[in-house]
Design a binder for this molecule. Structure first.
Ligand code: SF4
Ligand code: SF4
Length: 630
């Protein structure tokens, strides 16, 4: 196994030694077995969407096959593959959101699913023109949920949340025909267009991908975030801990991994039930230690302070500690490899969603109708498994960092209110943030998001870019596995202000925030869109005018492709630390990294070196500041 990829992360490196002893296979072993990557796939040049193929195009112009059997060129094939990634990513976020809307439609003050944030419900009801006077909250929630559910398949109109964008952006989307219609329709249309014999024009394929991606960012993801806050509470600032050291030697350890809060919230409730804690004590443990991973970990840490065991690439390492009674998962980003790995230990790998069954796992279907009962059954399985732990195989790395989490837009604004001058300014706006950017105290803001990817040293790109930016007075907001990397690196503490430039340090002290703000899970990137949009609106500008960027230093999933595309289409420059599989088409690559800017005022930059990437970001921010004359 190559340890080179891990040298940045000593905690994980120590565990990989253990894997050898235990005969466990990890992602790095599989990466080695894969040997060199297929050059055609790496450049996006292979196509297998019809049975005349598979076809592959020579990466060298004028040499070898230049067209597939149907005549599709490199440009068409690359753009089509990219579009399919956007469609899949949008589907994943949107189906997640549909589940939240469904449980909101079931909400009942006496049931398992209850409205937690009534204020946010009433605000959204007002935004969507739902009558609230004299009505029960549940009634209002059901109507709002029904409207949300219609966003997926309504026959006419466009996504409701696009009206939250700054006006110039909305106008641009209208002119370019980028306004997303029903979410499912955009996905279906995009898939249709990628079928053999449909779109044979890379420019048009990209434009359709952009419209579909907006149905994610300003559709599915935004619905997911807003409705999750209404149902499970809008996150507020709180403390937690992160890294594998949060696993406890004498507790029943349960790893919650996946994405959907309609499931994870119920697991949290189940694990807190006195009868469950008593049962854990009966089997000889001190209690139940629920820890999170990936986006579900982010959801439950934002709302409950549940400790973060790690991010995407640590999912196997958590099992490798030998102290994990159960890994409970729902959907997305779950290695099927966990089934085989769990067999090396006593760990129960429990799948719960009919959308993500995994061979070799224990399948206990989660039922929304009997949500709490169903999660109690699952937690019970974990507790009963404590007796099977083989203590000779336990190795829990003693590393964990403190972190402050829970920075929803509402919480950020509450903090900003601390520095509002009540004689001259109004409360409850983002003006203090835009003021410090305009004054130059902060040079800009970066949203750093996305996954882990064994193609780069794990967490190194996330942490390096964050440190470089805060050092240069750029405030960082983060979600997903990038946020977990920051938490592990101690960047979400008040002490991290010492790593900042003078301006950002001052802001952190006065506002009482760490320099890197945890804004949640991947669907919560919609919170970043929201806050950027508010600053632009406050200044009467468009997103693309602001010294603001999106960065995905270690991305890997199709969801990340959809995210990057909607961020750029929203006017925010996006930096990718892993190059997407598009280099086989010079034209398509040029569109993404260059000419797309003519259409939407933002572009992609591919840069794998995190230090160089940070410098490019800083240069771009200064360029934007010059254009604004600030
Ligand atoms: S769609 Fe065209 S390029 Fe793709 S596999 Fe079929 S024939 Fe080959
Ligand atoms: S950041 Fe990437 S790896 Fe992590 S949960 Fe989100 S999509 Fe999955």
């Amino acid at each position: 196994m190559s340890h080179e990829v891990l040298e940045f992360d000593v905690v994980s490196a120590s565990l990989t030694e253990k894997a050898k002893t235990d005969g466990a296979e990890l992602i790095w072993d599989r990466q080695q077995a894969m040997k060199a990557k297929c050059g055609f796939g790496d450049k996006g040049l292979c196509c297998r969407i019809c049975a005349m193929g598979p076809c592959r195009i020579s990466p060298v112009e004028g040499k070898g096959a230049q067209r597939g059997l149907c005549g599709a060129t490199a440009d068409v094939i690359v753009s089509r593959n990219f579009a399919r990634m956007v469609a899949a990513g949008t589907s994943a976020h949107s189906d997640h959101a549909r589940e939240i809307a469904t449980v909101m439609h079931m909400s009942n003050k006496d049931g398992n699913y209850k409205v937690k944030d009534v204020g946010k419900l009433l605000n959204l009801a007002k935004e969507w023109g739902v009558e609230t006077e004299g009505r029960e909250n549940d009634d209002i929630a059901h109507e709002v949920a029904e409207i949300a559910l219609n966003e997926f398949g309504k026959p006419f109109g466009t996504q409701r949340f696009i009206t939250r964008a700054p006006e110039p952006r909305q106008k641009l989307w209208k002119e370019k025909n980028f306004e997303p219609r029903a979410i499912d329709r955009e996905v279906v249309t995009l898939m249709h267009s990628t079928h053999i014999g449909c779109t044979g024009d890379a420019d048009s394929m990209l434009e359709m991908s952009m419209r579909t991606s907006l149905a994610d960012g300003w559709g599915g993801s935004m619905i997911g975030t807003e409705l999750s806050d209404i149902m499970f509470g809008t996150p507020t600032a709180r403390g937690t801990e992160a890294n594998l050291g949060v696993i406890e030697e004498n507790m029943v350890n349960i790893l919650l991994h996946g994405h959907n809060p309609s499931f994870s919230e119920m697991v949290v409730l189940a694990a807190e039930e006195p009868e469950m804690i008593a049962m854990a004590k009966e089997v000889g443990a001190d209690g139940i230690n629920l820890v999170g991973m990936c986006c579900t970990g982010n959801e439950v840490t934002m709302r409950h302070g549940v400790k973060i065991a790690g991010n995407f690439y640590q999912q196997e390492l958590a099992v490798l500690t030998g102290a994990m009674e159960a890994v409970i998962v729902d959907v997305q980003c779950i290695f099927p490899a966990l089934a085989r790995l769990s067999d090396c230990y006593h760990t129960k790998f429990i799948t719960t969603s009919p959308k993500a069954k995994i061979t070799g796992s224990t399948y206990i279907e989660f039922s929304e109708e009997h949500a709490l009962e169903s999660t109690k059954t699952i937690v019970r399985e974990a507790i009963m498994n404590y007796a099977n732990r083989d203590r000779s195989k336990v190795l829990i790395p003693q590393a964990k960092s403190k972190a402050l989490v829970g920075y929803s837009v509402e919480t950020v604004i509450q903090h900003l209110d601390k520095v509002v001058n009540s004689h001259t300014d109004v409360f409850n706006t983002v003006k203090p943030l835009s003021d410090v950017i305009w004054a130059g105290v902060l040079r800009g803001a970066a949203g750093i998001v996305g996954c882990n990817n064994p193609q780069v040293k794990h967490d190194k790109s996330h942490v390096t870019i964050m440190k470089e930016l805060i050092k240069n007075d750029v405030i960082v907001v983060t979600t997903g596995c990038a946020a977990q990397a920051a938490a592990k690196a101690g960047l979400m503490t008040m002490e991290a202000k010492e790593l900042c430039g003078r301006g950002l340090k001052e802001v952190c002290e006065r506002v009482g925030i760490p320099p890197v703000l945890h804004m949640g899970s991947c669907v919560d990137i919609s919170r970043i869109l929201d806050i950027v949009g508010r600053v632009a609106i406050e200044r009467g500008l468009d997103n693309s005018d602001l010294p603001v960027v999106g960065v995905a230093p270690e991305w890997m999933s199709e969801k990340a492709v959809a995210i990057g595309t909607y961020v750029v289409t929203s006017g925010i420059d996006t930096y990718l630390g892993v190059t997407p599989q598009v280099l086989g088409s010079e034209h398509f690559t040029d569109m993404l990294t260059n000419t797309i800017e003519e259409k939407v005022g933002a572009r992609f930059t591919f840069e794998e070196d995190p230090v160089v990437c940070a410098q490019l970001i800083l240069d771009r921010m200064e360029e934007k500041r010059d254009r604004l004359g600030i």
